[in-house]
Design a protein around this ligand. Sequence first.
Ligand SMILES: C[S@@+](CC[C@H](N)C(=O)[O-])C[C@H]1O[C@@H](n2cnc3c(N)ncnc32)[C@H](O)[C@@H]1O
Length: 328
Amino acid sequence: MTSGAMTSGQASDARPGPATADQIAAAWTDPKLANVLYHDWEAATYDEKWSISYDERCIDYARGRFAHVAGEQGWPYGTALELGSGTGFFLLNLKQAGVLDEGHVTDLSPGMVEVAVRNARGLGFEVEGRVADAESIPYDDGTFDLVVGHAVLHHIPDLELAMREVLRVLKPGGRFVFAGEPTEKGDWVARRLSRATWWAATRATHLKPFEKQWARPRAELEESSLAAVLETVVDVHTFDPDRLAALCMRAGAIDVRTVTEELTASWFGWPVRTFEAAVRPGALGWTWATFAYKGWLRLSWLDEHVLSRVVPDQLFYNVCVTGTKPDA
Ligand SMILES: C[S@@+](CC[C@H](N)C(=O)[O-])C[C@H]1O[C@@H](n2cnc3c(N)ncnc32)[C@H](O)[C@@H]1O
């Protein structure tokens, strides 16, 4: 995999075509190639697909995830790196929340790095972008005060190697925070709920009375199914929180801590997102968006303030992990 710097946001708006059958065949046994194909293909439409924004809603979300696992001491961190930044959702919103000053975004997918750099420009600041594999981070030892990531660890084949790299590029005493990683049990439930929703929604919307208003064109559904094939290759891990903490300590981290989040919120959120992807774009409208967001917020509150006291943490959907590099 190559690595290179990208400091300008001159991304092309053209979306690469879906992966060909030959590319998918090659990617079948190569999760990194699958990640590049899948995420390059998704980059231009990723924010829209996942309702990612750079306003109060997502700033609060990013700040909340960070503070929940790592607290608020030490803000702002001087220099921060994101691994698997995608379009910049986590780092750009953490910067806007005042968690960090100078940002660097990296990703295996060149398309994603381009969009992240361009998104930062759109918000009125610069970040440096580099195409980079988390297993060999192209920065010198002791460069960063903070390394972050969101929904990236589960894609990295040799995760212990990546965590050793994280600790290498951190300054002594520096912190890492990774959020939004699927737990073993939470992911098992979420996938089944999503599959059942997709099955039911794609059939119901193609019934004659609903077809005109609700059905997503067959060609688009086929494209989504192709994406789902690559998705099975790019998702390499799910996590048990205790084993994830142990891996970080084996890599050399100290003060390691995990928290888990989203139980009922994920049972609601995954079918909702799957339904949104299964119907004709634009068919659902503002009332639905408000219902989906407020529903998710209320259930997240219930999970955090009530259920987290009584339900085992392995059953929640997301795990976040933090730790620090020992002082020299
Ligand atoms: C699920 S997306 C999450 C993107 C973003 N962090 C977010 O939360 O919206 C995972 C990202 O990790 C990147 N990725 C996968 N494997 C990687 C690796 N080995 N090194 C660096 N980035 C990787 C993918 O290209 C993709 O952009």
